[in-house]
Design a protein around this ligand. Sequence first.
Ligand code: HSE
Length: 328
Amino acid sequence: MTTPWIRAFAPASVSNVGPGFDTFGFAVEGMGDLVAARTSSIPGARLLEITGDDGSLPREAAKNTAGIAASQVLDRIAALDGRDKANGEDGVGVELRLEKGMPLASGLGSSAASAVAAAVAVNAALGGHLSQETLLHCAIEGERIACGAAHGDNAAPSLYGGFVLVRGKGTPRIDPLPVPEGLSCAILRPHVAVQTGAARALLGDHIPLANAITQWGHAAALVAGLFSGDYELISSAIHDVVAEPVRREWVPGFEAIQRAALESGALGCSLSGSGPSLFGLCRSQEEAQNTLAAMQQALGSATDLRGDGFVSVVGAQGARVLAAGEKP
Ligand code: HSE
């Protein structure tokens, strides 16, 4: 027996935010993925349709972040019900439709948004018994497949909303961080694709102690700045000496765009996640509009690449089930 379609939306996110490789992320507004789910009498998760990806994502549920997150939710619910998959007692299944509302390989948490939306939609379709913490774990499993590492700094802000601190493996501990009123970002996406898995492999396993000291000082300063609302402190903290120096080589015009953002008054500018998108963190949406214009102009002057961009506040809302006909 099938149930009515339940739709869930999960927002895009900016991760790392300068010094917080794999530990900081915030949700944005106006961009994200939609997943519709309904139950099915065929066990397991099946992806019936994906739109908005130009056919580039795997259709097989076991290879797609949304399908994996959905399967994880099914397993968790089966365990809650006392059903044992090993004995073939996994009679519940789900069908999914994934609507990509954001570019792939953009550094904006695309794979996480799909996984989070799927986890939330499937949980709701099956009665909504799982906790947010469990849904996060299910979504992070999707990330593991997408990029080979189960990092939670996109999935957590996409699920919970706001600006979050993410620590620990498996199911990480999530602490929400305060956001000064109006804190906004300009996002510019140069039209090149960067695969997160490859961008992580580029980093290797070790960093010099001097860089670690610099980085954890900046990370601590960013947290302190968010708590105190001290923009000067926040501005002094948006630096990344670990990932950015290596990854920026893959983003044509990076230095010129970053310089333009800072000269326009942004508090800081770095890669969003593994790139190619850059974010400029700003005090207000108005400042972010000016910063975006400066970044776009720099991209045009320094490269032959096209790009697109948008402005968002730090999004307070995370993933949510939509009412019938509701737009995200
Ligand atoms: N923290 C992750 C990374 C985010 O930088 O690899 C990927 O979007």
